[in-house]
Write a protein that binds this ligand. Structure first.
Ligand code: GSH
Length: 230
């Protein structure tokens, strides 16, 4: 049984959805990032960047326990383990990986900053909100143009590129986005939303998450606990 150290955020949802899509047995172990669980030594041992998600597979590639952090690496690993959602080894494999990297290096970080300045920053910073709203709209446009040419983001079939990206776009209402401005993306969005494994994946640990309002959680995530740790 795979242990998933996680929390119900977009990066956590990716892994929960992949495990559900693959039908793998797993146990979701909550790491409450608003309470500081990500700084506990046992979590840092598997995730030295103090971020969820991370996994431990008791049966790693060599038959021994194997731990991984970084959601993109986890998706690639689970795809390799099961032979699902990462086609190839022809060119489609690299096309899918290209869109996974686009999510990891662009969509996640930019939409993460968008959420930060729209929802969590203690004061309104119009320049930052404009910057990350513009960047969100640009990225939605890139995805929409891709989906005008391809049924799925990575290649002609549903893949880890879709699983990586959809959870971030799920919060479009909080990103200054109007989904109907991106018709190809909108169709793709709803097709993924209807998948039973996706519906199960987004429910994993979901009851535990509360709106990030208290000062203690803000301090942990954005203050001294985060930045003055030795
Ligand atoms: N690139 C990482 C990003 C992970 C990440 O940002 N996780 C956030 C939640 S979505 C987190 O654990 N934050 C806790 C912290 O920063 O202390 C991945 O994709 O796994």
């Amino acid at each position: 049984m795979i242990d998933v150290f996680s929390w119900p955020t977009p990066n956590g949802h990716k892994v929960h959805i992949m495990l559900e899509e693959c039908g793998l047995e797993y146990r979701a172990l909550p790491v409450n990032i608003g309470a500081g669980d990500q700084f506990k030594p046992e979590f840092l041992a598997v995730s030295p960047n103090n971020k969820i998600p991370a996994i431990t597979d008791p049966e790693g590639p060599d038959g021994r326990p194997f731990s991984l952090f970084e959601s993109g690496a986890i998706l690639v690993y689970l795809a390799g383990k099961t032979g699902r959602f990462l086609p190839g080894p022809d060119r489609t494999r690299y096309e899918v990986l290209q869109w996974v990297m686009f999510q990891m290096g662009g969509v996640g970080p930019m939409l993460g900053q968008n959420h930060h300045f729209r929802q969590y920053a203690p004061t309104s910073l119009p320049y930052a909100i404009d910057r990350y709203t513009n960047e969100a709209r640009r990225l939605y446009g890139v995805i929409d143009r891709r989906l005008a040419m391809s049924k799925w983001l990575g290649c002609g079939e549903y893949s880890i590129a879709d699983i990586a990206t959809w959870p971030w776009l799920r919060n479009w209402k909080n990103q200054g986005i109007e989904l109907s401005d991106y018709p190809h993306l909108e169709k793709w969005f709803h097709a993924i939303e209807e998948r039973p494994a996706v519906q199960r994946g987004v429910k994993v640990l979901a009851d535990l998450r509360k709106p990030l309002q208290d000062d203690k959680a803000r301090e942990i995530l954005f203050g001294k606990t985060q930045y003055e740790r030795r």
